[in-house]
Design a protein around this ligand. Structure first.
Ligand code: SF4
Length: 685
């Protein structure tokens, strides 16, 4: 720790991973600025990071371990917390078996770096529990699985080198500002921009074309665009011939999606669909950047994970600068997993097999959206949960159901920085370090491949690195032989041992981080890591597992088309999850400076729709779905199309997830539909 000076680090308050210069005086963080030499953010930081000096020292932060006794929280020592947890887990393992332990981690655990969740995975392996889950059940994973099925790996659009950028389902100015900055710079260099979104975002206002799409219908648009590209002979015949399989079947399949039909489904004009398709096929290089989970969280949204790569493939925009490019990783790292020690099968592995394993390769984790039903059933096998840095009572669909379900768990350990509605249900609360307080290894590939080692800058109370908790718990459990390290830095060194970098080298010689060399054309030369070695437009694997081998479109479960019987009572479309630059999901509402800029949640409604229901700007309204109702202030805006109600998530004052539902929407990945459902609004009585 330093007492005075400037420390270089990377921000972990959102997925942007901007570079930070953190100013420390007398051992206290006093100012945070952008790091000009950082390759992703290049000096930019947003208001969230500017308030880090305030956030680190917020008075409601929990800085000591606590246990809940007779309904109230009592401070305890780390020793008591570790003994209590170790004893309970040992007892449970004998009584119920190792599978009775489940871990559930939130986004900050991924953002904060590698050691925490790797140590957790190793702990679960040694304990014998396969039940590791994360927020990915409803976030990024559906796309990841479908990208793997198509190309054998996850690839990223290299937007900064594209001559045509298609941005779909991303309000990047609010969700990923470094990307928004790059897009605008690229526009200035002459690149074209197409934005596809139900809401007219700031980028949409600056775009060459804006396709205002009905939520949940994106897969139909990809099929319609492929129809135009193939029927007009605009595809890249050489790429298709050399690097894909199943093109003839795809060409036949997309005939079922003529532009007229796709226009009726998506509410985008025929002319716009044709123009977008022709531009994508003729301007090279082109790429499509897909928002973090906006497309995935719909009934057939996972199919965008097939349609988007396929558009890149049939136009030859793959593995070339400015197209869809592979992620760069370190040459080699130690395998820290001990999967052979797990004997049982993970929950729901039979229901969503491709989420768990593909071609014999583990996919990392599974799908836990059925958890609320399982916990409330007679067959509930889960007796203990460790929940870290996530608040499913706010961020999961159907919050009321989730709350009832979590109350059934005998023993919950919550790890985090603040008390929240989920933590209130826990038996033990463990205070974790924030992003400026721990050492971490970060690897990022979203804009350019880049690695960085972070050093702890300050220590707050008795907060621990999450990796330290798992390490110390392992020792209490008698697992020393599998956890020989004294701290997380030693663990990182072990992990990096086979690679080209070391902890010391990165922290001392490259405190600003280090780009990884970008290589193009390797897949085109050596083949794709799929069974055929090619991009699988037709997926034999999906057919074998009983899924559609070609991308398909299915109406959202609750839409004016699929449920006309509901539209009399629920005539409007509700979409959730709009981003706000000041917050991330349910976090940071407690930072006074941020909250002063946005004191309350607002529901966006088109003035025409509002007028129909006698609603004026600023009125309190009640929004209802078949699950429940919330009260929220109306914000009238022409950025929504008439009939669309857009509500942000993460607000205790108006928890939109009372309105959403857990029903798995997509059969391959089980992701719920949170972006397109039916609702009604009325002025609050
Ligand atoms: S956009 Fe803001 S919160 Fe996100 S990484 Fe950058 S500075 Fe941090």
């Amino acid at each position: 720790m330093i007492t005075d000076g400037v420390v270089k680090t990377s921000c972990a308050l959102c997925t942007g991973r901007c570079g930070l210069n953190v100013h420390v005086r007398d051992g206290k963080i006093v100012k945070v600025e952008g790091m000009p030499e950082h390759p992703i953010s290049r000096g930019y930081i947003c208001p969230k990071a500017e308030t880090l000096p305030e956030q680190v020292y917020l008075p409601d932060r929990i800085i000591h371990p606590m246990k809940r006794e007779n309904g109230s929280w009592k401070r305890i020592s780390w020793d008591e917390a570790l003994d209590t947890i170790a004893n309970k887990l040992k007892e449970n393992k004998i009584k119920y078996g190792p599978e009775a332990l489940m871990s559930f981690i939130g986004l900050p655990v991924f953002l904060d770096g590698v050691p925490g969740w790797m140590m957790l995975r190793r702990f679960l392996d040694v304990y014998g529990s396969p039940n590791y889950f994360s927020v990915d059940s409803m976030c990024y994973r559906p796309r990841l699985v479908l990208y793997y099925l198509t190309m054998g790996q996850l690839m990223r659009p290299e937007v900064q080198n594209s001559k045509l950028m298609v941005i779909v389902g991303s309000d990047a100015d609010n969700s990923y500002p470094p990307m928004a900055n790059l897009i605008r710079e690229n526009q200035k260099k002459g690149s074209k921009l197409i934005v596809i979104d139900p809401r007219k975002t700031a980028l949409a206002k600056d775009a060459d074309m804006f396709l205002q799409i009905r939520p949940g219908t994106d897969p139909a648009l990809w099929l319609g665009m492929m129809n135009v590209i193939i029927s007009e002979g605009l595809y890249d015949g050489e790429f298709v011939e050399k690097h894909t399989i199943g093109f003839d079947m795809l060409a036949e399949h997309v005939k079922e999606y003529p532009v007229e039909k796709v226009a009726r489904i998506t509410w985008i004009s025929e002319e716009q669909i044709r123009t977008a398709a022709r531009l994508f096929a003729t301007i090279k290089p082109a790429s499509i950047y897909q928002g973090f989970n906006s497309l995935d969280e719909t009934t057939s949204g996972a199919q965008s994970g097939r349609g988007i790569p396929m558009l890149h493939a049939i136009t030859g925009n793959m593995d070339i600068p400015g197209g869809l490019v592979p992620r760069m990783m370190l040459k080699a790292v130690s395998n820290v997993r001990l999967e052979h020690m797990i004997k049982g099968r993970a929950l729901w592995e039979d229901k969503y097999p491709l989420m768990y394993k593909l071609w014999g390769r583990p996919m990392g984790e599974g799908q836990m959206m059925d958890l609320p039903d399982l916990l409330q059933s007679d067959k509930n096998p889960i007796k203990a949960m460790v929940i870290e840095c996530t608040n499913p009572l706010m961020t999961w669909p159907d919050s009321n159901k989730v709350a009832k379900a979590l109350k059934q768990v005998e023993f919950i350990v919550y790890m985090g920085q603040y008390m929240n509605s989920t933590a209130e249900l826990a038996h033990i609360f463990l205070p974790t370090q924030g992003p400026l307080e721990k050492s971490d290894f970060c690897i990022d590939n979203r804009i350019t491949p880049y690695i960085m080692m972070k050093k702890p800058i300050v220590q707050i109370g008795e907060c621990w690195h999450d990796a330290t908790f798992w390490l110390q718990l392992a020792k209490r459990m008698g697992y020393e032989e599998y956890f020989p390290w004294n701290n997380s830095d030693e663990f990182i060194d072990y992990w990096l041992e086979p690679s080209e970098v070391t902890f010391k080298m990165l922290t001392e010689e490259k405190p600003e981080g280090m780009p990884l060399e970008m290589k193009y054309g390797t897949l085109l030369k050596n083949g794709f890591p799929t069974p055929s070695g090619k991009v699988e437009l037709y997926s034999e694997t999906m057919w074998q597992f009983g899924y559609d081998p070609l991308p398909t479109y299915k109406e959202p479960y609750e839409s004016p088309v699929s449920r006309p019987d509901l539209t009399k009572e629920y005539p409007l479309i509700l979409t959730t999850g709009q981003r706000n630059i000041l917050f991330l999901h349910s976090q940071m509402r407690n930072a006074p400076t941020l909250r002063a800029k946005c004191p309350e949640p607002l529901a966006d409604i088109h003035p025409e729709t509002a007028k129909k229901y006698g609603i004026s700007d600023g009125d309190m309204i009640t929004i209802s779905t078949r699950r429940g109702s919330i009260d929220i202030k109306a914000h009238l805006t022409e950025d929504n199309f008439p009939g669309l109600v857009s509500v942000p998530h993460g607000w205790v004052e108006a928890n939109v997830n009372i309105l959403t539902y857990t029903r798995p929407a997509d059969p391959v990945t089980g992701v719920p539909n949170m972006k397109a459902m039916l609702c009604k609004v009325e002025k609050k009585k």
